[in-house]
Design a protein around this ligand. Sequence first.
Ligand code: ADP
Ligand code: MG
Length: 382
Amino acid sequence: MTAESIKKSFIDIFQTEPVLVKSPGRINIIGEHTDYNGGLVMPAAIDKGVYVAISKRNDQEIHLYAESFQSTCISSVAAIKKTELSWANYILGVANEFVQRGHQLSGFNLYIYGNVPLGAGLSSSAAVECATALALQYINGLSVSKMELAWLSQKAEHTFAGVNCGIMDQFAAVFGKKDHAMMLDCRSMEYEYIPLKLEGYKFVLLNTNVKHSLSDSAYNERREQCNKGVSWIKSHHPEVHYLRDADLAMLEEHVKPKDENVYLKCKYVVNEIERVKKAAQALKNGDLKELGALMFQTHEGLSKDYEVSCKELDFLVNQVKGLAYVLGARMMGGGFGGCTINVVKEQEIDALVDKLSSLYLNEFGLKLDAYIVETGIGAEVI
Ligand code: ADP
Ligand code: MG
C-alpha cells in the first residue's frame, strides 16, 4: 500500500482526514545477546515499516483497525486494558504508557498497515509501538523526547505484550538513519552513527520459518548464566556490574574453575562486545570483508559457545560459507529460529536465494523466505 492508499482506507473507515506516521523495522548487523549484558549492539533501521494513520476524536474512545488482520478493536483512554487481540495490545500498551506518565490523551481513530514481516525478527512489534508513540505525541502536542518515545514503547511491550525485550529495537526504530548503522552502548545509552557504505553488496535476510519452543526458556537461562558469571567476578572485582565490565582474564580466573559451561557463555559475550567495536572500525575503514568475517565469527560463537542456534540456522550459514560473493552471515536475534543476516553481492542475490531455497526445502521440507533490505530512516510524521 502507498501512503495515499493508506490515507484513503482510513477515510473510508473513519470519514475524516488522518495524520500519517511511519516507523521502520530493523536489522542487527552485529552484537547479539549483548544488550542485557550492558554491551554494544549495531542495529540499522530498514526500508520496510509500519504506517499508522491517526485522527483525534471528540470523545474518549479509541477505535483501531488493523489492515493485516482485517480486525477492529474499541477501547477508551479512560480505561485502557489488555485485550484478546494481540496486535491491539501493542497499540493500547503505548497509549497506556502515555497515560501512566501523566500525559493527557484525547480519544483517537487509528488505522495500521505494515510491510515488515511479522514475527521474523525484523521487529515489526517495535515498529508498531514507535509509530503509535510518535502518532499520539504528535496529535496531542506532547513534549516527549525521542529517547522517551523509545523507552515508553519498550515498556508497552513489557506490560501489554508480555515480552521482556531490551531497548535496541525501539531505539533503532526511533533513531534510524538512512545509510547508517548505529552503535548503541546499552550501559550508557550513548550511541554513534556509523556510515554504511555497502557498494555493490546488500543485506539479505533468510527466514528459516521456524521458531523452536526452547527459545524463551533458553533466553532466561542465558541471562541467569551471565548473571552468575558476573557475581563470581564481582566478589573479586566490585567494579564489575555487567559482563561489559569484565575481560577474558577475569573469566579465566574466577568463572572457568567454577563452571565450564557458564564460562563459555560469558566468554561468548565478552568476545562479541569486542567484535562490535571491531565491526565499527571495519565499517569506518570501508572494509566489508572484515565486517563479514566478524559476522561469521559471531555465528560460530552463538552456535558453539552460547548454544542458541539451531540446525536450520546453522545449515543456512554453512551453505554460504566459502562463497566469494557472500562476505558474511550469521543468525540474527535471540536464536532457535528466525532469520540469518547475510552480506551478499548484488548481482548474485537472486541465484543464491533460488539455490538455497531448493536446498532448504530438500533438507527440512520447509519454505525459505528472503528479504532484501535497504537501510531506512527512523520514525517520522509523513
Ligand atoms: P517481530 O517483532 O520479530 O516481528 P513479534 O512477535 O515481536 O515479532 O511481533 C509481531 C506482532 O506485532 C504481530 O503478531 C502483531 O501482533 C504485531 N504487528 C506487527 N506488525 C503489525 C501490523 N502491520 N499490524 C498489526 N499488528 C502488527
Ligand atoms: Mg518483536
